[in-house]
Write a protein that binds this ligand. Structure first.
Ligand SMILES: NC(=O)c1ccc[n+]([C@@H]2O[C@H](COP(=O)([O-])OP(=O)(O)OC[C@H]3O[C@@H](n4cnc5c(N)ncnc54)[C@H](OP(=O)(O)O)[C@@H]3O)[C@@H](O)[C@H]2O)c1
Length: 225
């Protein structure tokens, strides 16, 4: 069993889609989704429930945009609940290196950068991000990072990948639930992996639900035994 001390943090769900061989994207189309239109709706529904989403820098650099809610119904439901129409979009990057020409910087959303002291230096005086959180000198100090996130009123968080970010949060037992869509594909070892590094996670997952839709399978797990 994990001996990790619990960190004060938002309730966190990870929402990911992988091939049957645990790959997140095609090697020749790195920024493109591998799942169906149904999966996009499922993802949007999860995103509509949370205060903020968190994703890795590579995912943003390749995809160019944030996972913004598009359904008028989901946006109206949030507004009816007195919430912001869109969750806060948090990108995690130790380096803080981004091209300001990415469409992300023109999307009508609130943006936050979770970075290191070094990464934050790049954005001093910039208004590109609504929040620029420095946590750690050269590596992200996660307890400090979560204090920043919670300080912005974020009580629920959706982690949208990629694999590197997912692995680091999994490793420190900072994920409460996992939604994993299994896609009917075998993408091979060159494609980016959901599990890019050895994960020191010895906990067992509890299956909450399983739903086949077409050729995909929607798995919902709790990470608390
Ligand atoms: N199928 C899906 O559900 C899904 C979801 C998301 C993404 N994807 C795909 O996955 C691929 C990208 O995944 P990936 O694993 O290569 O990259 P990633 O996790 O998206 O991003 C990695 C980068 O994020 C930052 N980062 C992540 N964890 C960090 C940590 N613990 N501390 C500090 N910085 C951290 C670093 O940025 P810096 O280098 O700037 O320091 C790192 O290089 C893309 O092909 C994307 O399309 C698929």
């Amino acid at each position: 069993m994990s001996q990790l001390q619990p960190i004060s943090r938002p309730y966190t769900i990870a929402v990911l889609a992988s091939s049957l061989d645990g790959r997140l994207a095609r090697a020749d189309a790195l920024g493109q989704r591998i799942a169906s239109a149904y999966d996009f709706q499922h993802l949007e529904q999860q995103v509509a429930q949370v205060d903020a989403v968190l994703f890795g820098a590579t995912t943003l650099r390749l995809g160019g945009t944030a996972m913004r809610l598009q359904s008028p119904h989901l946006i109206a439901e949030r507004e009816h609940q007195g919430r912001s129409p869109q969750p806060l979009q948090i990108v995690c990057s130790a380096s803080g290196e981004f091209d300001l020409n990415l469409p992300f910087f023109r999307q009508p959303i609130s943006r936050a950068l979770l970075t290191t002291e070094k990464g934050a230096c790049r954005w001093q005086g910039s208004t590109a991000f609504d929040h620029c959180w420095s946590a750690g000198v050269a590596e992200i100090d996660w307890p400090q990072a979560f204090r920043h996130i919670q300080g912005a009123g974020v009580q629920t968080l959706a982690v949208l990948g990629g694999g590197q970010l997912f692995a680091s949060l999994l490793q420190m037992a900072a994920i409460d639930e996992l939604w994993l869509t299994l896609c009917p594909l075998l993408l091979g070892s060159v494609a980016p992996s959901l599990y890019p590094e050895e994960i020191a996670f010895s906990g067992r997952l509890t299956l909450l639900n399983v739903l086949p839709v077409g050729n995909e399978v929607y798995l919902h797990y709790s990470l608390h035994s």
